[in-house]
Ligand binder design. Structure first.
Ligand code: PLP
Length: 436
């Protein structure tokens, strides 16, 4: 258990506007900064500073909680919730009419999301989540026995488990590429290149690389286009796990280079209703892909075969573009991205200072809107302890955070979205040291 024995219990350590207070009321920001010696916001270009405590009203989030972990489950703007509810009412009013025309509506919605992701609609299928996107590729593209799946040790836990199950079914090996936390882009590329070329036992064309675009436990932005180039030179195929990329990156598919397959969640940074993700396959590889659920679209070519999912509430797919459209209209995605990135940097500096942690080694190749702060030694050294500590922090501070554990070290992973403000992180910085 990672929680230290001198843990603060109850809410003794609360700031005056502790858990339960509505964060939109009053702003004690300047006072707090002065009292706690916290850094002033960067004096750089503030033109993209969209911080406004009232932004959170655009989301349905509980304002008594500090939501500092957008990266795990996203958050949906009220505008998209309303559209989705209207669609659900339409579905319930006449299920027969609804389900008979659903695949056509899904195809149109696919076009809208393809435009958001800057890919042709003919290359993109909807899937419920990134897990399903990965499972679809693992189920569909059969590597010959004796082949292998290459993953990095920054990969998402359940994706690695899925790869192991798929490998066991198909007689493949799974190999894990170690990428040091402080590896720069060149070192990341070299780590994959060594694994790709160092193995004479695998026949050409029998390797599938699964590489994360933005890593979950370590919040790194990997140079996936370079990894794809190396993999293709070695005759391997690549699935890019872009779970965090839509919304955080302006052009995630361009960043993924010539990846054979790419999957990304719309329900994280793009704020779509949950259960909405994209699976992109270009060229002939799309022909290999079949949805996890066999349904009436089975005879259709990719991606129309994915527009049929049996009888399922797909209103999340139909309202996904209402979420992305709302953010564009209200904030503008380019400004939103610049804002989130700047705020994430401020958040990281604020918490590192509060926890007296050195950021050396974690500020290399970081994700724009999600940042790591190392935890004091001995905390969250393995995932179960990390989960326990995360719950403890939520209870004691009223802040939802992500505590990750990687390579025997614990980290606080901070997210910054449009509904966050510098004060959110200052609030956590004030309470966190006392509850570790
Ligand atoms: C890198 C990565 N891959 C896959 C997933 C799985 O996403 P989902 O739970 O939406 O399937 C996540 C979730 O956080 C992730 O971070």
């Amino acid at each position: 258990m990672a929680v230290s024995p001198h843990t603060v219990t109850g809410h003794d350590a609360e700031a005056p506007d502790g858990p339960g207070a509505d964060r939109r009321d009053g702003d004690t920001l300047a006072t707090r900064r002065a009292q706690n010696g916290l850094p002033e916001p960067e004096a750089d270009d503030r033109s993209n500073d969209l911080s406004d405590p009232k932004n959170i009203e655009d989301w349905a989030l509980d304002t008594r909680v500090r939501h500092l972990n957008h990266g795990s489950f996203g958050a949906v703007p009220r505008a998209a919730i309303t559209v989705r509810q209207t669609l659900r009412e339409e579905m319930e009013a006449n299920p027969d009419a609804w389900f008979r025309q659903l695949p056509d509506r899904i195809a149109r919605a696919r076009g809208d999301i393809a435009a958001f992701l800057r890919v042709p609609a003919g290359h993109l299928a909807f899937v419920p989540n990134a897990s399903a996107g990965v499972s679809t590729v693992l189920n569909s593209s059969v590597l010959p026995p004796g082949g292998r799946i290459l993953l990095s040790d920054h990969g998402y836990g359940s994706v690695a488990m899925g790869a192991r199950r798929a490998a066991a079914r198909a007689g493949l090996r799974v190999e894990t590429v170690h990428v040091p936390l402080d590896a720069d882009d060149e070192a990341v590329e070299s780590a994959f290149a060594r694994a790709l070329t160092g193995d004479g036992a695998t026949p050409a064309g029998a390797t599938l690389v699964i590489v994360d675009q933005i890593t979950s436990p370590t919040a790194r932005l990997f140079p996936v286009a370079a990894v794809v180039r190396r993999a293709h030179l070695a005759g391997a195929r690549v699935l890019v796990d872009g779970a965090h990329a839509p919304g955080m990156l302006a052009d995630p598919l361009a960043h993924a280079g010539d990846a054979d397959f790419w999957t990304g969640n719309l329900h994280k940074w793009a704020c779509a209703p949950r259960g909405t993700a994209a699976l992109v396959a270009r060229g002939p590889h799309g022909r290999e892909l079949t949805p996890l659920t066999d349904s009436w679209g089975a005879q259709e070519p990719f991606p129309a075969n994915f527009d049929h999912q049996g009888t399922l509430d797909l209103t999340s797919w139909l309202s996904a573009a209402d979420a992305t459209g709302f953010i564009e209209a209200r904030y503008g995605w380019d400004r939103a991205r610049a804002h989130m990135s700047r705020l994430a940097g401020l958040a990281q500096a604020t918490l590192a200072r509060a926890l007296r942690q050195d950021l050396t080694g974690v500020t290399v190749g970081e994700a724009p809107a999600m940042r790591l702060v190392p935890l004091p030694a001995g905390l969250a050294t393995e995932p179960l302890c990390a989960a326990e500590l995360q719950r403890h922090i939520a209870r004691e501070t009223g802040c939802e955070t992500s505590i990750t554990s990687w390579d025997g070290r614990g980290f606080l992973r901070l997210s910054a979205h449009l509904y966050n403000t510098p004060e959110d992180y200052e609030y956590l910085a004030e309470l966190l040291p006392g509850c570790l």
